[in-house]
Design a protein around this ligand. Sequence first.
Ligand code: G3I
Length: 365
Amino acid sequence: MINRKMILSLIACALFTVTAYCQNNSAVDSLKGLKEVYAGKFLIGTAGDLKGYSDAELANIKKNYDILTPENCMKPQPTHPTEDTYSFDTPDAMVKWCQQNGVKVWGHTLVWHSQTGRWFFQGADGQPATRELALERLKKHIFTVVGRYKGQVRGWDVVNESIADSGAGKTENLRKFSWYKTVGPDVLTMAFKWAHETDPNAMLFYNDYNIEQGAVENNGKHASSMILLKRLIAEGAPISGVGIQGHWHLDTNIGDVEKAITDYASLGLKVSITELDVTATGSNSGAFGVRTGDRTIPKENYLKQAEVYRQLFEIFKRHADVIDRVTFWGISDNRSWRRGQDALLFDGKLQPKPAFNAVIEVGSK
Ligand code: G3I
């Protein structure tokens, strides 16, 4: 009888010790920031211009992130609103804060069809600019902006979102307006060469959304991205990697994400996840997804969101050798282009959500 009692109490004691250890362990881990948990695997980043951020928001960035992407302030429209005007106050202040607080910076972006002054494409007398004029302007823009932050940024999204949506994946399927109409497909290679000439040590990326789509079946936007990247490499573009933006949702095809990473790595390129968010409600359908959220998001959606983040970070960990950086597009559900869709790891009051715990758990394993 005594023996039985002793054995039972020994088991109870052991169970208590294991439970206490586990609780203690996860408590310790949750005190760690994201960047500490993923140190040695890949950089963890976020996006924001920092202007008007509270002390609590800045402290959150310092604790959790290795690297910051300016959400808007380094884009062509804000930095170069007219041909003769540049504006660097916001990005200069952002870079300075990062330098003072041990946070790296990623440049975003140089060649884009959006947030780019129309003046780039206008010639004299209301005529469209010639190819030569547009190229001359682009070259000057790249030399000026990349030159200003030379040695201060880890790299640049040189080209953003040049592939059109809904293609079958048989061609590059470049957009038919903006740079692609005024200059043509070779604008991409020239932009990479000018950026490299200006800052030879910067990593130079092609960045786009939904380019993982079709990876498993080798069609759609993913197949187009592979055709485009092979051409850029063949033309001698000094490209270091591909940014998969990662604007995802609860039913994103996770299989495509892993296959896309291995496909890009097979071209000898690094991969980054550059604008990660996973909507807790609604889709990820580009601009149409903005602020279409619903304030009565059911609790189980947040658990499902945590599960999607868990699976994604398990993939990222498996491919840590080719992944340079995983950057979230914002710090909280309040600082997100998807306001109303609660797509990030911290809620509007900067409190960690189940998704944060899932990402920490994967990194701590
Ligand atoms: O700065 C003006 C301000 O002066 C004006 O009063 C206000 C009125 O609406 O607009 C402000 O500009 C807004 C800007 O963000 C800065 O807040 C624009 O309207 C708004 O359209 C713009 O949205 C940005 C969007 O890019 C533009 O395409 C989002 O914040 C930014 O998160 C988003 O980021 C893009 C990436 O660069 C590329 N990949 C997709 C990603 C999400 O769309």
